[in-house]
Design a protein around this ligand. Structure first.
Ligand code: GLC
Ligand code: MG
Length: 602
């Protein structure tokens, strides 16, 4: 999202008027859950091969219980050639040997449950790997075969079929189609891959594809998992006829345009998420994204999950969709439970922009009775401790290299702590990305020879890509690979700055980012802040976000104040329970700091 211009109207509700009502205190677990994303390659390596693995994760789960999260989401650990770090799945029901075995997965789930943690796994339905048995069969069977029909094969255009069926590019750069060589050695049909050439898109109109994924859902539910994060949930259905498209298709960098729809608009203008009218400029104008047909797929999945009874097993959509009202369509009562709020992640460090995103998100999700699911970092974007230290008037890039403008690390961390404290004061659920609780920055000077993101390779280095946020965790300052594992060389090199940020350097240290996260999560859970209501406090201004959150039946109101301006802010009278950085000697709130102030309810 680009910065909102000065002409942007004040689009939020007046102070004191209700924006969002409190959830009932006994609402289901996922409506306010904080879920921690583990990127299995990079969290903990038990066998010293430099790649994180499932036994490594299991051994370290008590750390997450102590952190105070409710659940973990694991990025894919299935059998894969790892052309896209496991988002290219060969077999959805088996663990890749580099991560362990199915028994290891069972042990992980059981151990998590013993610790009171739920487990979500990643489901990748848009595409398989080219090594998947279905794709091999499709290649072998030839044009017109039922095997090919499980994917999106087409004849080429041009006199000899030498041109691709349409002009769609791949999200990772280069063309979105690849021509195959048929069994007889001739140049043959083309298959669609919105991502890497090794990730052929499935044909979701095919009943076997639908049945197969119901079965995969049951397979993991039967093993005890509590839900699924759904990869590229907005991509499964393509517009009939696969028409050419001349707009953008990218997901992982920000497009420099006027601003996201729904932000910078008057929130009174909210159209219902149930409207079938596609607003001009919405993501769904692109024929590969956010097509209406995806929703019936998720209604089917919801039925499968609901058949397991309580506590709910859940679905969380990764849908890079604008405007927010279109995101709300994924979390209607009979579809998914959660959808990542990427407008919040994309918002620049700007009070008006953030307040507008917060209000528009809460209100559009309220229309369908869904909670809002906040997120600031994940394995696809620059870590927020670095992102917020970049020039906020520029769009967010996809990765940072040594010769790019470098983020201001001190400012970035300060803002990141303030942003997290703001996020965790909001009603709804939230996802944390591994290492953000340590204030880890992006690796912004990684030598190119380490880069694995297909984006880097497909664009011939023009786009840096996502490796910089995927670097292995530092656990112990004075240990090989900073305690990531017994081996000395992790799959991606750790930057120097990680040593002093290791878990053992922060645990029990007053004012450390780790202790800040623990305090925020503990307070939030104790007082059911995620179930609370939201009104804006009168302190809010063009440079200050001040919100009041009142959970039902707790006898308190929390005022969270974030100062995004240059001048110190006088806090409301009450008890300062947590702040993301020190207050000034006179008790005022400095720039780029959030404080939680508890007001007694009279
Ligand atoms: C999702 C994943 C990303 C992956 C892509 C293709 O956006 O988060 O890491 O590369 O899908 O599966
Ligand atoms: Mg290993």
């Amino acid at each position: 999202m680009g910065a909102v211009s000065d002409a942007t109207p004040q689009t939020v509700t007046a102070p004191g008027a209700i924006v969002h009502r409190a959830d009932s205190p006994d609402a289901p677990w996922w409506r306010d859950a904080v879920i921690y994303q583990i990127y299995p390659r990079s969290w903990a390596d038990s066998d010293g091969d430099g790649i994180g693995d499932l036994p490594g994760i299991t051994a370290r789960l008590p750390y997450l219980r102590d952190l105070g999260v409710e659940a973990v989401w694991l990025s894919p650990f299935y059998v894969s050639p790892m052309r896209d770090a496991g988002y290219d799945v060969t077999d959805y029901r088996t663990v890749d040997p580099c991560f362990g075995t199915l028994d290891d997965a069972d042990r992980l789930v059981d151990t998590a449950h013993d610790l009171g943690l739920k487990v979500l796994v990643d489901l990748v339905p848009n595409h398989t790997s080219t090594e998947h048995e279905w794709f091999r069969a499709a290649l072998a069977a030839g044009p017109g075969s039922p095997e090919r029909d499980r994917y999106i094969f087409r004849d080429g255009t041009g006199s000899g079929g030498e041109d691709p069926p349409n002009n769609w590019p791949s999200v990772f750069g280069g063309p979105g189609w690849t021509r195959v060589t048929e069994q007889d050695g001739t140049a043959g049909q083309w298959y669609l891959h919105i991502f890497d050439v090794s990730q052929p898109d499935l044909n979701w109109h095919h009943p076997e594809v639908r049945e197969e994924f119901h079965d995969i859902l049951r397979f993991w539910c039967d093993r005890g998992v509590d839900g699924f994060r759904v990869d590229v949930a907005h991509g499964l259905i393509k517009r009939d006829g696969l028409p050419d498209w001349h707009g953008a298709v990218g997901l992982y960098d920000e497009i420099d345009e006027e601003g996201p729809l729904g932000v910078g608009r008057d929130v009174e203008d909210l159209w219902s998420p149930d409207s079938d009218v596609l607003p001009h400029g919405a993501t769904g104008e692109a024929p590969m994204w956010d097509q209406d047909g995806v929703h019936e797929i998720y209604r089917g999945w919801r039925k499968v999950l609901d058949s397991y009874g309580e506590p709910d097993r859940i679905l969380c959509a990764e849908a890079w969709v604008k405007p927010v009202q279109r995101v709300a369509r994924y979390v209607r009562g009979d579809e998914m439970h959660q959808a990542f709020n990427f407008d919040f992640l994309d918002a620049h460090w700007d009070a008006r922009q953030l307040r507008t995103v917060i209000e528009a998100s809460l209100r559009s999700n309220d229309v369908v009775g869904a909670p809002t699911t906040w997120v600031l970092s994940n394995h696809d974007v620059i870590r927020h401790a670095s992102r917020l230290g970049l020039d906020q008037s520029r769009p967010r890039p996809n990765g940072i290299r040594a010769d790019d403008p470098q983020p201001d690390a001190v400012l970035g961390l300060r803002r990141a702590r303030a942003a997290t404290a703001l996020m965790l004061a909001l009603p709804g659920g939230a996802y944390l990305y591994q290492g953000e609780e340590l204030g880890l920055p992006e690796h912004t000077t990684m030598p190119d020879e380490y880069r694995q993101d297909p984006t880097f390779h497909r664009t011939k280095g023009q786009v840096t890509g996502r490796d910089g946020c995927r670097v292995p965790m530092p656990w112990v300052k004075d240990a090989p690979s900073l305690g990531f594992g017994p081996g000395g060389s992790p799959w991606l090199p750790q930057p120097e700055a990680y040593a002093d940020l290791a878990v053992d350097q922060q645990e029990g240290v007053d004012g450390s980012t780790l202790e800040l996260y623990r305090a925020l999560l503990h307070y939030r859970r104790t007082h059911r802040i995620g179930h609370g209501s939201l009104t804006w406090d009168a302190l809010s201004s063009d440079t200050v976000i001040a919100l009041r959150n009142t959970p039902e039946g707790r006898g308190l109101t929390l005022v969270a104040v974030t100062n995004l301006g240059a001048e110190p802010v006088r806090l409301p009278v009450g008890e300062v329970v947590i702040s993301s950085g020190p207050l000034a000697d006179d008790g005022t709130l400095p720039s780029d700091t959030t404080a939680w102030v508890r007001l007694p309810v009279t």
